[in-house]
Design a protein around this ligand. Structure first.
Ligand code: CTP
Ligand code: CA
Length: 227
């Protein structure tokens, strides 16, 4: 019902998002993950849908219900998330990378459940860097400007400085910053938007309110760009 009161600022647009944590296997029953709950990404998917977009959500493991009218693709690892995103990026107008993607995967994961050793010897894990999904998508942005790429950054300090640097480095028009340990698993959040003209703070609010504000900020920027 609420949805019908939201302005349809993304009518006719296709939006692809990533959300949640990823899970990197160590053996068939164990792995490495992080504290992302998926709430922010799912709220943005819902807000984009309310705004009239056709929404595809590539989700890491979460316990959240799929937002109404949103197509959801479930994945586990960063490599699977990368593959699902690249499979669906064609024809998208907007990409929002909200997922807390694992930076590294375990290269010596075991096919069988690892057993404790009698002598107390502990496993040694080895890692390699995962593909950067946002960078891969940003590299597909054509001269027509689609997909418009939005990144997220969870920083633990110096958010304003690091956010601006990260946006430049990622080569994306809009980056949303937050303080990682203040948002993971929480119902509300404070976010900072970084674009080419500086930064704007969206003060603390519940994640759905922020998601709706973010969607209107994205729509506004897309609109301005095409003038
Ligand atoms: N991201 C991604 N693929 C990765 C790592 C990150 O798509 N392998 C995306 C995230 O979804 C987010 C953005 O990149 O939108 C920034 O993630 P963040 O972890 O803050 O940046 P990194 O580039 O991984 O740098 P670092 O963790 O070292 O700060
Ligand atoms: Ca990272």
């Amino acid at each position: 019902l609420v949805a019908s009161f939201q302005p349809k600022v993304l009518a006719g647009k296709r939006v692809l998002l990533t959300a949640g944590p990823t899970f990197e296997a160590i053996d068939p029953v164990r792995g490495i993950t992080n504290l992302s709950s998926g709430k922010m990404g799912y709220s943005i998917a819902r807000a984009a849908r309310e705004a009239g977009a056709e929404v595809t959500l590539v989700s890491g493991p979460t316990t959240l219900p799929t937002p109404h009218g949103v197509r959801r693709i479930d994945v586990r690892s960063a490599a699977q998330m990368h593959e699902a995103v690249m499979d669906h990026i064609g024809g998208q107008h907007i990409f929002v990378g909200v997922a807390a993607v694992a930076d590294w995967r375990v290269t010596n994961a075991s096919d069988q459940k690892m057993k404790k050793q009698d002598d107390g010897a502990t496993p040694r894990l080895e890692f390699e860097q995962n593909p950067d999904i946002l960078a891969s998508v940003a590299a597909t942005t054509s001269i027509s400007g689609w997909p418009y790429c939005v990144g997220f950054a969870a920083e633990s300090e110096n958010l304003v400085e690091y956010g601006a640097i990260k946006r430049e480095k990622k080569g994306i028009p809009l980056l949303v910053g937050n303080i990682g340990h203040h948002t993971f698993g929480q119902d509300d959040n404070t976010i900072v938007l970084f674009d080419e003209s500086g930064h704007t703070v969206l003060p603390r609010a519940d994640k759905l309110t922020l998601a709706r504000q973010l969607i209107s900020e994205i729509a506004k920027r897309i609109e301005q760009r095409s003038l």
